[in-house]
Write a protein that binds this ligand. Structure first.
Ligand code: ADP
Length: 293
């Protein structure tokens, strides 16, 4: 992911004659070899995962609750240590890496969370600026002395997700969908080579969920940032994924093109028939009581 410099959030998408950045499966950003994770207490959350993800891919990971989706994302940034195997991210071995190496790897990974993880009492802009923490000395950020270029990068990230007009609003005053866009903008401000989104729409209503997935897809296409998204809803996975990975009881039982996915594939991943609750369109998803955006 660092082999070629990516456009910063402030830069325009590539011109039409250049075309969109194409995923390059031959340049792996992520390579897992025989990765297993056993948590203290004995739960085997991942079992023998082999996986290669190329530069610029958009990958959706599905599986029942407890299948190991979050654990898979967390072994990539070292938040959960692999019990065995090898996890290489952008050419760096994460398993057994020093704290300094892990910090460096994490500085290039944007994380997006189900519950947004914003600081509610401060402004949207300050939340997004937190994405710049890995490049700005701590004393400057503590004093609120953000260099102009960081402020510009943060505003550009907000513009990219369509909420630049909310920059000076307190984060707690936004709707759920807008808060998730702040989360995406914060990740973008980091100028990441890799975006990991852990159930990013689980707390949103269907309309807002599609808008947020659309934002992630657009960012992947325009900036070429390799993106992995854990999803619970299968129709959303089919609508937005290009490549689908299916986990069941910690094992990867499907890895392929979304075009080859049908109901049998999903039944195999879930180990049962698909119900309305597995689909966003019909699912009993919570609403955040607001918006359009
Ligand atoms: P998913 O994201 O697909 O819901 P997880 O990766 O969160 O799955 O969990 C996989 C399995 O690991 C589950 O059985 C879960 O209960 C267990 N697990 C997750 N985190 C921990 C932890 N910190 N300690 C012990 N067990 C855990």
């Amino acid at each position: 992911m660092s082999s070629a410099r990516r456009p910063a959030p402030s830069e325009s998408p590539k011109q039409a004659d250049e075309g969109e950045p194409c995923p390059d499966p031959d340049t792996p950003v992520i390579r897992l070899e025989d990765v297993s994770v056993t948590y203290p207490g004995g739960v085997e959350a991942l079992r023998g995962i082999d996986l290669t993800i190329g530069d610029g891919e958009f990958v959706v990971i599905v599986g029942l609750s407890g299948a190991g989706k979050s654990t898979l994302l967390r072994v990539l940034n070292g938040l959960v240590p692999a019990t065995s195997g090898s996890v290489v991210v952008d050419g760096t071995e994460v398993v057994g890496a020093s704290a300094a190496t892990l910090r460096q790897v994490r500085s290039r990974i944007g994380m997006i969370f189900q519950t947004f993880n914003l600081v509610n009492r401060t402004s949207v802009l300050n939340n997004v600026l937190m994405g710049r923490l890995s490049v700005v000395p701590a004393w400057r950020s503590t004093l609120g002395l953000w260099p102009a270029e960081d402020r510009e990068a943060a505003m550009a990230a907000l513009e990219r997700v369509g909420i630049v007009d909310k920059a000076y609003v307190r984060a707690s005053n936004l709707s759920g969908g807008q808060q998730q866009r702040v989360g995406i903008a914060r990740a973008l401000a980091q100028e990441p080579g890799l975006m990991l989104a852990d159930e990013p729409v689980a707390a949103l209503d269907p309309v807002t969920s599609r808008q947020v997935m659309g934002d992630l897809q657009k960012i992947n296409r325009e900036l070429g940032i390799t993106t992995l998204v854990n999803l619970h809803f299968l129709d959303l996975a089919k609508e937005y994924g290009r490549r689908l990975i299916g986990l069941r009881d910690g094992e990867m039982i499907f890895d392929g093109d979304i075009a080859d996915v049908d109901d049998d594939t999903f039944r195999g991943i879930y180990g049962r028939s698909i119900t309305d609750e597995d689909l966003l369109a019909m699912g009993d998803s919570p609403t955040d009581g607001s918006e359009g955006g």
